[in-house]
Design a binder for this molecule. Structure first.
Ligand code: ZN
Length: 494
């Protein structure tokens, strides 16, 4: 094809192969994931075991996630603050269930400068303890409530098995911490946040998620209830996308967070906490990626549109100025655009490179296009080529980006629907989990032993119990045959 022009002495086919040396996703999903993360320069392994460096291309996705979620949290009344990285051991130990939940993963600071510390300091595995101690100082009266705080921060959990973005010793997240006068308000906040997360994940990341409650043995240490959003990755395994915890009065009782109510009676506040992390970037890679690489939803793509000038003839005086003008127009229209005018690479090489990096839309401008006042647009999601008039480019490009965003969500929704099945027959359950994975909705009696039996025999555990139990009367537990209490979503998971 004429657009794959050669540069002197280079073989285009060879160059394209270099870019495409990625293990096919269908052959080895895990290897594909690790290669994509590194080849697209989203992240790299740090010299320390279990840690990663988020490179600019990956951090660009995180910045978009931050901006789009932060806007939603603020609109719902939350304000950002920052709490210390170090937490005294005695603070963590005040809430025993909490400290037991984190004990194996906490990193400790025992020395400051040359001096041994009198009390060792935990590097925050989460901030409930330090936030609770401060809330006790700040909250005195019902007039001080509710307190709606969010923090963008880093977290350390000493993980044994790690994978970039999905599980690393240090990661970035936001953690919300709120205090309320009544249980009802705290419960509403917990579910409102779950709703905000779900809408955000669907709208901006183009990922549909199942919402529900965690089992009592799988909830956050110290919470009354944990709610979670679970999405299906394209290998059929589930990934927890975010959690929202109703903390009840567990922390307010240990940290003495009390307020005087309208009748001058002292009450303990009701609290919530909730978070999503850089793990969402891993989800975007695993849900939308294909054999050629990433497919980034336009809403979070660091580069939404790449312009590749076709280097034919005296392109620097004919094509390049037009490509620059197009870049300027798109920039002014608020589109994140990049003109790839690198001379050391052929257009064909750039096509494959940006395909691998998952830029949603590519615009090609060649000598003939310049004459006809057109550009060729290629969508990353469906790969179709269309010719677009230069005069109306910003509007057309904005419309196409919107279509790509919706298209990716529709594909992911179809995948979720195709891979979510109901069964109350344990033999069929085993067969489906082995052959196709996905979510299996099954009736369940509520007993922990039954989940454990299923997990041991199939490696699939309960991800969530739907918010409205959908059990039909007469349904029997998948594992024991007793009366079902509710249906549950089972899956193998990351
Ligand atoms: Zn059972």
């Amino acid at each position: 094809m004429s657009r794959n022009s050669t540069r002197a002495g280079r073989n285009v086919a060879e160059e394209e192969r270099l870019v495409k040396q990625v293990s096919p996703k269908s052959e080895d999903f895990s290897r594909w994931y690790l290669e994509i993360i590194r080849k697209t320069e989203m992240a790299d392994y740090a010299p320390m075991k279990g840690m990663m460096v988020i490179r600019p291309y990956g951090y660009g996705v995180w910045e978009n996630i931050q901006r789009l979620l932060d806007r939603r949290l603020k609109a719902a009344g939350h304000a950002n603050a920052y709490f210390p990285l170090f937490i005294p051991e005695s603070f963590l130990q005040k809430e025993m269930a909490h400290v037991e939940g984190f004990a194996p993963e906490v990193a400790w600071v025992t020395q400051g400068g040359r001096d041994e510390l009198e009390e060792r300091l935990a590097v925050r595995p989460t901030s409930e303890a330090i936030v609770g101690s401060m809330f006790a100082k700040w909250i005195k009266s019902y007039r001080d409530l509710p307190v709606l705080i969010n923090q963008w921060a880093n977290i350390v959990r000493w993980e044994k098995v790690t994978r970039p973005f999905l599980r690393t010793t240090e990661f970035l997240w936001q953690e919300g911490h709120t205090a309320h006068a009544t249980e009802e308000e705290a419960r509403k906040e917990t579910l409102d946040i779950l709703g905000i997360y779900r809408e955000f994940i669907e709208t901006e990341l183009a990922i549909p998620a199942v919402a529900g409650r965690k089992t009592d043995w799988d909830k956050f240490a110290g919470a009354l209830q944990t709610y979670s959003l679970e999405a299906l990755m394209s290998d059929g395994k589930a990934l927890q996308m975010g959690t929202s915890h109703h903390l009840g009065q567990n922390f307010s009782k240990v940290f003495g967070i009390r307020f005087e109510d309208k009748n001058q009676a002292l009450q303990h506040v009701w609290q919530t906490s909730w978070g999503v992390s850089t793990r969402l970037i891993g989800a975007v890679v695993m849900v939308h990626g294909d054999d050629s690489g990433l497919r980034l939803p336009p809403a979070v793509a660091p580069v939404q549109v790449v312009i590749v000038p076709i280097s034919l003839g005296d392109w620097k005086t004919t094509v390049l100025p037009v490509a620059r003008r197009v870049e300027g127009e798109l920039l002014r229209a608020g589109i994140r655009v990049k003109l790839d005018d690198r001379e050391e690479f052929t257009p064909g090489w750039k096509f494959s490179d940006w395909e691998m990096r998952g830029a949603p839309l590519r615009l090609e401008v060649g000598p003939r296009d310049v004459k006809e006042r057109k550009a060729v647009a290629v969508r990353r999601d469906v790969r179709g080529k269309t010719s677009l008039p230069l005069d109306t480019l910003p509007e057309t490009v904005n419309r196409l980006l919107g279509e790509i965003q919706v298209g990716l969500l529709e594909q992911a929704r179809a995948f979720l629907a195709d891979n979510t099945r109901f069964t109350d027959d344990y033999e069929e359950f085993k067969r489906l989990i082995e052959s196709r994975r996905g979510f299996l909705i099954a009736p369940w009696c509520g007993a922990r032993e039954c989940e454990e039996k299923v997990k041991q025999e199939t490696a699939a555990g309960i991800r969530v119990i739907p918010l409205e139990p959908e059990s039909e009367p007469g349904e029997l537990c998948l594992a024991c045959g007793r009366k079902s209490e509710s249906r549950a979503y089972f899956a193998r998971a990351y």
